[in-house]
Design a protein. Structure first.
Length: 95
């Protein structure tokens, strides 16, 4: 549980647009958060969590709730820092 301590009025909520996301927005509002920002991050293209359907659903939820929505495209950096690194180490039997 996240408590809104005095002076904390902004929060970013990672969401997919499903039931849990919608309930999280309601809960954060009920806990007194004044500014809620919705976000989804793309770390790998072609997977369901980064699909256009999920991103649209998340954006639609934010629009209905009147909160800004941001898509963070981290695919290139994720590939560089995680996938490529793993493949290099795997090829050298270091995993």
């Amino acid at each position: 549980m996240i408590h809104n301590d005095k002076g904390k009025d902004k929060i970013i909520l990672a969401l997919s647009g499903g039931i849990d996301s919608g309930m999280s927005v309601i809960r954060l509002r009920n806990e007194g958060w004044k500014e809620i920002f919705g976000a989804n991050h793309v770390v790998y293209r072609g997977v369901k969590s980064s699909s256009q359907e999920v991103l649209k659903r998340a954006g639609d939820l934010c629009k209905r709730e009147g909160i800004p929505f941001y898509i963070i495209d981290a695919a290139e950096k994720f590939s560089e820092c995680v996938i490529n690194d793993f493949m290099e180490k795997y090829a050298c039997a270091l995993t």
